[in-house]
Design a protein around this ligand. Structure first.
Ligand SMILES: [Zn+2]
Length: 205
């Protein structure tokens, strides 16, 4: 997915998640990933997101919940619709440098641990004191992939191609806003797409 974060990119330092975060990090809010990446960079440690400890769609949460109900899951799982991981803002990691930090220590990185007895579960500080409904409505990242599919009639193959671009978020946000004046580097990336001719037509470029 191409995600547009609603969190401040400048309130806390950010590092490159491609370098400092690994594991189940797909579709976690890009600013949250940037903040945890910075924590990793400061300590010279790659942060590993636990399998199943990143973003969970409603369907994924349902699958986990059913496994839990059937006694096939070691951990507990929240009812679909009620997991903080469905917001795309939560992450679980057992990388020691992170896991051993208190919620207070984590705050200087723009993160905190809102759940007592879950030292692996982290979220951006902006979620503090907010209900899950408020978090989902006000803070969860925007899904630009769905918007691109809807507005331009793009296929999953095409949105996956765009999502792989380094500046995918800016590109998608620009296209959705009707921009046509992209940098040469960005245009070069689009030209190199196998189905560029059909994409150009759809985007009106
Ligand atoms: Zn968690």
């Amino acid at each position: 997915m191409i995600l547009k974060s609603k969190l401040s990119k400048t309130a806390y330092p950010i590092a490159d998640p491609d370098k400092w975060v690994t594991g189940d990090k797909a579709d976690i809010d890009p600013v949250v990933l940037g903040r945890i990446a910075y924590l990793g960079k400061v300590h010279g440690t790659v942060i590993v997101i636990t399998q199943g400890g990143g973003f969970r769609s409603f369907e994924e949460q349902t699958r986990m919940y059913n496994l839990y109900k059937a006694g096939k899951l070691q951990a507990t799982a929240a009812k679909p619709g009620t997991s903080r991981h469905e917001s795309g803002l939560a992450l679980d990691s057992s990388t020691p440098i992170y896991r051993n930090m208190t919620s207070k220590e984590l705050m200087k990185y723009g993160l905190h641990k809102p759940i007592k007895n879950e030292p692996w579960h982290g979220e951006p500080v902006e979620t503090a004191g907010k209900s899950l409904t408020a978090i989902k409505n006000q803070l969860a990242p925007e899904d630009l992939t769905s918007q691109m599919k809807k507005k331009f009639g793009l296929s999953g193959v095409t949105t996956d191609y765009i999502a792989a671009y380094k500046y995918a978020e800016d590109l998608a946000a620009g296209l959705l806003a009707g921009r046509k004046d992209f940098a040469a580097e960005t245009m070069k990336y689009l030209y190199s797409y196998k189905y560029w001719e059909s994409l150009r037509e759809k985007l009106g470029l």
